[in-house]
Design a protein around this ligand. Structure first.
Ligand code: GTP
Ligand code: MG
Length: 227
């Protein structure tokens, strides 16, 4: 597949392209109403999973909540912060009654009490292992830092639960050596059956790759005509 930088106002950087029809489907889906459903601190509180679910995971501060805001075009749908550890529960959002989006707490380092971090880590693992409606895990990786051992642990977990994960590189506005990072990441991901070969390069701050990610996720939403 390889790295490829198609220029859409100098801004599209992703490892493969989307058709205009796919991009339009993504735009239409994410223009729909997106509403906060609930926050979950314990697996027993998980809501019904009748809609296909897409979760956003990654290390603390990688930009999960910011990406959710960029995708849905809302400034503060999901709360963001400079301080790692902002998101402290699984936050569920209903996108146009077509998809459920889940903003997850970060794993790895977080500026929060150790007991709280242990609790989130368990919650994240339990959710990722057992959620029947989970159709895709967007695994966010900071384009300045690349894959870390904790990210590999999540990939292993997804491999075992047979849920497809897709790597999303974040903060590409701040990254150096992006082509090398994309190549190295693709190589690692290709070792996993559960790994989507398509790596999407994004910047929530500069609106890079957002239309592409919308297009990719729209493929997982049930066809409106069938509803
Ligand atoms: N340069 C740059 N900074 C970003 C981008 N996206 C997010 N940030 C910054 O990164 C910090 C963390 O963003 P969040 O969206 O809160 O990250 P998170 O992964 O939800 O963090 P936790 O909930 O604490 O795990 C904030 O200061 C954001 O402004 C981006 O595309 N580019
Ligand atoms: Mg967050």
């Amino acid at each position: 597949m390889g790295y490829h930088a198609k220029n859409e106002q100098g801004k599209e950087l992703t490892s493969s392209t989307f058709t205009d029809t796919e991009l339009e489907a993504g735009r239409l889906l994410f223009a729909k109403e997106c509403a906060f459903l609930l926050g979950v601190a314990r697996v027993e509180q998980l809501p019904d999973d009748s809609l296909p679910e897409i979760a956003f995971a990654g290390r603390s501060n990688v930009g999960k909540s910011s990406l959710l805001n960029a995708l849905t075009g809302r400034k503060s749908l999901a709360r963001t912060s400079n301080t790692p550890g902002r998101t402290q529960q699984l936050n569920f959002f209903n996108l146009g009654s077509r998809l459920t989006l889940v903003d997850m707490p970060g794993y790895g380092f977080a500026r929060a009490p150790k007991a709280a971090v242990t609790t989130w880590t368990r919650l994240i693992r339990d959710y990722l292992r057992g959620r029947v409606g989970l159709r895709r895990l967007c695994l966010l990786i900071d384009a300045r830092h690349g894959l870390k051992p904790v990210d590999r642990e999540i990939m292993d977990l997804m491999e075992n639960s047979a849920v497809v994960f897709q790597v999303i590189l974040t903060k590409c506005d701040k990254a150096k050596k992006l082509p090398e990072l994309i190549a190295a990441t693709e190589k690692t991901v290709s070792k996993y059956r559960a790994g989507s070969p398509r790596i999407i390069v994004t910047s929530s701050r500069q609106n890079i790759g957002i239309a592409q990610l919308r297009a990719e996720l729209a493929k997982l939403a049930p066809n409106e005509a069938l509803q």
